[in-house]
Design a protein around this ligand. Structure first.
Ligand SMILES: Nc1ncnc2c1ncn2[C@@H]1O[C@H](COP(=O)(O)OP(=O)(O)OP(=O)(O)O)[C@@H](O)[C@H]1O
Ligand SMILES: [Mg+2]
Length: 332
């Protein structure tokens, strides 16, 4: 049974958690279709949380609820200690949002958009102009600053949209796929801007399709699938959960390869006769040392030994796959 959202109030003896974002048992349905089925997550002040999940998992829905744009059916969400339903106005003062769809005015220039927003935030004309200039520089948009936004490319619009959400230097920032569809240079600019925010102590909740981005920026990663949290941890701990590191040893010729593969048979080697490599799971740093020692003992030295860590891609696939019913696994 769901608790009606509005009937839940914070009791006076409840100790504030000090979390910048706090979500408990959040539920939301569109019509008859449940989209969020009880999301729990927390973000400490000044930290970056990456929210990952396949298309339709409920990431944007979660962000819209946290940004007070959508009302949840049940559960509770607090941003900066303010309930997003009962204290929406206070919550809104603390947050910035960049959505999957841009919100800037196409008829105005980039500079006019940013200056207008600064004025809306009561910065004063001069301060609003200065802030606009700063943000145009940060997003590398000075060259296009005085053109109407409708003439911008998709990536330029996206960067302007991010700049727009930074005008008020929010304490808590929601970024819904800030880099989707951007070229590598533009993506780097957005990462710089996020780095800038992190440096200022802003709390960031970021959704992304790029696991490398989550790995690079986030302190914590939450993966949701079909409206539920299926993974929650640091990028490092998740990578560790998915599997051990792997070593790849390259040899000079097929003979050396065969000798090495036979010697290391108890390590379940994966032998690639094209590339002349042997792949092995490595449990700890000493393991590789011991393997090289065994090879050396019979006078064999690989041409190279490289160690690779599992990526967040592996995490994502491993965890979302393990949630699917057995029958549909590997159906494609
Ligand atoms: N206003 C709406 N009315 C009806 N259904 C909706 C609405 N908004 C979202 N949905 C549905 O809710 C589900 C979750 O959508 P949501 O946009 O939160 O997913 P997402 O994780 O952000 O996906 P993506 O990676 O594609 O951005 C989807 O099945 C979507 O069709
Ligand atoms: Mg989305």
């Amino acid at each position: 049974m769901q608790t009606p959202y509005a009937s839940r109030t914070r009791s006076t003896d409840e100790v504030p958690s000090g979390m910048a974002i706090e979500v408990h048992g959040l539920t939301k349905s569109f019509g008859e279709v449940p989209v969020l089925k009880g999301i729990d997550l927390e973000v400490q002040p000044g930290k970056v949380l990456a929210l990952l999940g396949p298309n339709g998992a409920g990431k944007t829905t979660t962000v819209r609820i946290l940004a007070t744009l959508l009302r949840p059916d049940g559960g509770r969400a607090l941003v900066g200690g303010c309930d997003v339903v009962t204290q929406a106005a206070q919550a809104r003062r603390l947050i910035g949002l960049t959505g999957q769809e841009t919100s800037v005015d196409g008829l105005l220039t980039g500079r006019e958009n940013l200056t207008m927003l600064g004025r809306l935030w009561r910065l004063g004309t001069r301060a609003a102009e200065r802030r606009a200039e700063e943000l145009l520089a940060l997003m590398d948009l000075q060259g296009a600053a005085d053109r109407p936004v409708r003439t911008y490319s998709g990536g330029m619009r996206r960067r302007l949209d991010l700049a727009a959400s930074l005008v008020a230097a929010p304490a808590i920032m929601f970024l819904d796929e800030p880099t989707t569809g951007l070229d590598p240079l533009a993506r780097q600019k957005v990462w710089d801007a996020i780095g800038d925010l992190m440096g200022k102590g802003t709390t960031v909740l970021l959704t992304t399709q790029y696991l490398a981005e989550a790995d690079l920026l986030a302190d914590r990663v939450v993966v949701i699938d079909e409206g539920r949290v299926i993974v929650d941890g640091s990028p490092k701990s998740l990578k560790r959960q998915v599997g051990s590191e792997r070593a790849e040893l390259a040899f000079r010729d097929g003979h050396e390869l065969s000798v090495a593969a036979a010697l290391l048979d108890d390590n379940h080697p994966v032998v690639d006769r094209e590339d002349l490599t042997v792949g092995l799971a490595i449990d700890n740093p000493w393991h590789l040392h011991a393997i090289l020692g065994r090879l050396r003992h019979i006078g064999l030295a690989p041409l190279s030994a490289t160690v690779s860590q599992p990526t967040l891609d592996d995490v994502f696939i491993a965890f979302t796959e393990s949630q699917r019913p057995e029958a549909t696994k590997g159906a494609e």
